[in-house]
Ligand binder design. Sequence first.
Ligand SMILES: Cc1cc2nc3c(=O)[nH]c(=O)nc-3n(C[C@H](O)[C@H](O)[C@H](O)COP(=O)(O)O)c2cc1C
Length: 184
Amino acid sequence: MADVLETILQRSSATRLAEPAPDRAQLETLLRAAARAPDHGRLAPWRFVVLQGEARGVLGEAMAEVMRQRTPDAAPEVLEGERRKALRAPVVVAVAAAARPHPKIPEVEQLAAVAAGIENMVLAAQAMGFGSMWKTGAAAYSAVTKRALGLDEADQILGFVYLGTPLARAPVRPAEIDAVTRWL
Ligand SMILES: Cc1cc2nc3c(=O)[nH]c(=O)nc-3n(C[C@H](O)[C@H](O)[C@H](O)COP(=O)(O)O)c2cc1C
């Protein structure tokens, strides 16, 4: 298992993913890593939908339907391309935030907790030797997708985490801090 700081500094997205995917026990470890994110008020605002094998088709169909609604004259090949997107990795985990009105904890904090959970998940995946890519797109913001995945309409999908064995990875981006930091 890689050192935490090394994993963080060396993290990059996997641009091509294949089998073998994390198995059930490894996926549970990844979900637990996500659920260990800082969580103000212990609201557990995350919701996970794990799509493996044929089940990825549910997401693919939703992506095609969202494209069809946005572009009614989209060619069949375009819709088929959307369907295939969900097959780009052996496992896709849809991560949503069930942020709800709370007297003390604003929505932004609940969303932040779920985003931190996604980052925990991708870092854990990399530390375990897997690759991942955090994606969204129009389907993430559509009620069609939420319905297809069994999420509540009020939930907000923050990411589709594509997981598998990396065949290609993006170069590690330099972590630029000078232009965005003031030292006082
Ligand atoms: C909320 C969120 C949504 C993203 N959605 C997409 C996406 O739909 N498509 C995409 O190519 N990259 C998306 N990205 C960016 C990639 O996950 C990735 O971080 C980026 O390509 C930079 O590469 P790196 O992770 O190797 O540094 C998203 C990132 C975040 C945080």
